[in-house]
Write a protein that binds this ligand. Sequence first.
Ligand SMILES: Cc1cc2nc3c(=O)[nH]c(=O)nc-3n(C[C@H](O)[C@H](O)[C@H](O)COP(=O)(O)OP(=O)(O)OC[C@H]3O[C@@H](n4cnc5c(N)ncnc54)[C@H](O)[C@@H]3O)c2cc1C
Length: 531
Amino acid sequence: MSEPIHYPVAIVGAGPAGLSLANLLGVYCVPCVLVERNAATVNEPRAVSIDDESLRTMQAAGLVDEVVAETVTGYGSHYYSARGRCFAKVQPTEQPYGFPRRNAFRQPILERQLRDALARFAHVTPLFQHELIGFAQDAKGVTLRVRHDGGEREISCDYLVACDGASSTVRRQLGITLGGSTFRERWLIVDLENSPVTSPHTKVFSDPERPCIALPGPDLTRRYEFMLHDGERDEDMLAPEMVQHLLATHEAAPGSRIVRTVVYTFHARLAERWSEGRVYLAGDAAHLTPPFAGQGMNSGVRDAYNLAWKLAAVTRGTLGPGLLASYEPERRDHVWAMIEFALNIGRVMSPPNAFAAWMIEQGFRALALYPKARDYIMQMKFKPPPRFAKGFIVPDSESPRRTLVGRMFPQPRVRTADGGEARLDDVLGPGFAIVLRGARAEALVATLRAAPFAALKANIVVMRPEGDARAAPAGATVVHDIGPASPRVAELSDHIILLRPDRYVAACMTADALEQGAAKIGKLVAGTFAS
Ligand SMILES: Cc1cc2nc3c(=O)[nH]c(=O)nc-3n(C[C@H](O)[C@H](O)[C@H](O)COP(=O)(O)OP(=O)(O)OC[C@H]3O[C@@H](n4cnc5c(N)ncnc54)[C@H](O)[C@@H]3O)c2cc1C
């Protein structure tokens, strides 16, 4: 066999996690190879809900406009009792990260867009119809054995990321087991085209006899998901007359065309560890989330964003390889919180009996009497926020409830120097950024150009309120914050906020505390090079 071609990063699996990672590495100019056993991306509908955080990742990948063009943005969920009474509405209108919180999309279209977008990068090599059959690693790198066209070839890399789905070959070879909950449920999925149901919202029928979810999609598509009970056989439930019966009893008006019926078994599982040596697991290879909160794919896209900038910084030598050890601690708890979130939503969607259904309905009705509780539910504030308490961050002395460190920074719209409007991230650029708030910005820029910030090559952006017409200090960009306002950010009157490329806050300090803050950041950077 000839000498294997070497890449800094190899990705196995061209699902949403692997394709997102490949596109982000493309943006960060990291040469990489994407190995996928199938000839093309999936045709199965699978995920139908993409959230605001994933759309922000698509923005980072330079693809958000085309993704949004194929998406119905900003829909809600209405919960109905077995008697057909709507007892709860979740309809978020706030857009803290720059996009609507829930959006209907089609996984095959997104995957195709992500795959086509790889053509932008000469340094990203997609290899479809290539199956990973094994790998070996040592202290210097990883060698993949790949089957293609009846033969075998080797590919070598510094780091391997396994985005190879629920039955991950890589995870199995590493002997990593999936732990977690004993949850296991079968649901019948029916996808319709040309659906005359015009409601833009998800309808949840919390009916203990037959829990059902009806989800909107782009271009008159609609998905119905029916829970199957123990003892019901797949083949009986998939019979055309049974499918028609279920649709008819759940408001699926006639005239629509059935394009797919399938029974899926949903799990709630987490890999016991997410890496070994130079190999990292991401997406469904690392965790399985029941789809009730529409978060399985979204969690995988979060993994991709978390890993992408770290792999870029490490392979480029800007930060040391120790940085990659922060991946699992930053992601694991949040993924588990999302799994529990999905399980809790599942409990509301599928009450075990009529009494439980009645209790849930009454509980929501009672909560709706209190404006704060109503807002909490309506705005989906019960969704676990994107945050972590340990990782590549400098914790501050604020309480866990108030601190911005380890949280995703809001994304308001901003007015740029030429009078135009932009999303904040588009001004921050793809790398680290320092956001300065307060009157002393001018005096700070020179300090922020020196060590340790210089090592991070951070873009400095001064964020001022509308109407403050002072010119930009040399070496910085000025933008005016035109909202939506984030009350917590508005409180930062004289602050320096260090943002990572994935838009999480790495450090936040007042101008007076800059010296101590800089020392801590220097230690954090140096720590990635230690051992
Ligand atoms: C019915 C249903 C509804 C869902 N709804 C939602 C939703 O609304 N929102 C949401 O966020 N999520 C949802 N999900 C979950 C979502 O579809 C998955 O979480 C997502 O597809 C996982 O992406 P992935 O890239 O990690 O893995 P996958 O999409 O499984 O991709 C893995 C890829 O790896 C390839 N591969 C595997 N082994 C090898 C190998 N040895 N060599 C080369 N290639 C290999 C496979 O061919 C595949 O292309 C839903 C899932 C289902 C089933």
